[in-house]
Design a protein around this ligand. Sequence first.
Ligand code: FMN
Length: 533
Amino acid sequence: MNANSDAVLNYHRRSKHSLQRYANGPASLDWEDQPNVFRSFAECETLKLSPPGAERAVLFADLAQPRGAETLNKHTLSLLLELAFGLSAWKQFGVDRWSLRCNPSSGNLHPTEVYVINTDLQLFAAGVYHYQVYQHSLEQRCVFTQPVENKSVFIGLSSVHWREAWKYGERAFRYCQHDIGHALGGLRYAAAVLGWKIELITHCSDAELSLLLGVNRAQDFKADEREFADILCRIDTQSVSQPLDLTSLIHVANRGDWRGKAESLHQYHLYKWDVINAVTQATEKPQTAPFKAKTVTSLANVQSTPPKTATAIIRQRRSAQHFNPKATLASADFYQILMATLPDKFPFDVWVMEDKIHFFIFVHRVEGLEPGLYALPRNIDKLSALQSATAEKFAWQCVSAALPLYKLLPANCRNAAKTLSCHQAIASDSAFSLAMVAEFSTTIETAAWHYRYLFWEAGLIGQVLYLQAEAAGVRGTGIGCYFDDSVHDVLGLTDEKFQSVYHFTVGTPLDDNRLQTLPAYAHLQAENTHANA
Ligand SMILES: Cc1cc2nc3c(=O)[nH]c(=O)nc-3n(C[C@H](O)[C@H](O)[C@H](O)COP(=O)(O)O)c2cc1C
């Protein structure tokens, strides 16, 4: 075990919540001084994107089927960014008003930032652009002053750890990684609406990616509000794919004309979380060989009744805050939702890393299925490892011909699910909730930076669950707050071979009628009207 793996294990252990104490977090919060969820760069040019709200006829159920790809132009890129990361609505309660996005985020704090790197001169000037979510515009951070051979458009994702740590303290690093996984999922679904794929670039180091995104430029950011580079993807419009020369792209970015300074997100920085800095450093990815591309079967998106377009499902995605504790989920929907999470199905072509997440499912109210604890090994090769790591009393009775779904224990596990998920009723009033359990210690021992992959994979699966639930006419919610070792106790896990890294719940939502829902981008229409008056 090397020092980085040790640092990761130390972080993971101390960021656990337990029934006795929550992980270290701020003793008090100044709600008046919440971090701004919209990052802007001052002193750089802004490029207006096409108006948000464009529709496409493709049904959500058909999203995974092969289709003709749309041309990559300013309109289609605008739609991609909106559907993946843009605003989906505003909510209002009394004087309080907050925005929601197509991608979810723990605490709605949105630590993920998005960059577009363009080398296609037919699209717009070559350079690095920051996506400004509120304005639905691109801020030009870097103008490339040297030519780049091939024409490509890349999307880069980074995280402002501070945004999340402001509320969640030490556990925040985990949530930032989850949010990256959700964002990657959002991007893959949005690309599919346009008939495109997303190629994850896996060989570059975080240091190279920081340079490319400009997040290494300390002078452009307030020290506590730095961004950390996470993911680079290339948009694949399925036309002739050009070879990628990342080294020369990074060289061009390094020599480019950089502009702008990140505006402050927050006035005070009362708390410092050194362990987040330590785990950030310990999980920094070096340059590696690329992971091999993966092909998937296209089936498995849930069919809505009546059928709904993919754009409608993506824009209507919300987290349920309450569930109807009497509603039952149709068994076909339950199986379809789970089927869509299997690694050989769309959208997991984007996940070229190993599949290391398995489910333990608390079934509360699913038609035709006895309530109890179930398991779904997402990689069937890991069945026996899961069996031998968990409680001996589990029956492991296979209950489906279509899915590797096993009944472990018949039980009313509503109270257990609620208690384990930090006493949240969303885990017990739903139709089912689940723990995503990761192959853990061997992963961390192999490479400490794979720690982030476990949370990205869980976030990506979470995004699938969110959208498939919407399509089935129910709703999901990601659950980052759970008592780690109590979950392990219930499952009989006695060492760190497997660890729970994320929870999720799905059921029939109860809407809070006190909340008003407002359109996502009315402020842009108002600004346009004002400008044209
Ligand atoms: C990683 C992650 C963890 C979350 N954890 C919880 C949780 O423990 N409890 C909860 O009620 N909601 C949780 N949520 C839901 C967020 O609060 C929600 O995504 C956010 O408020 C934005 O709302 P929306 O999903 O409706 O857009 C979580 C979401 C994510 C992405």
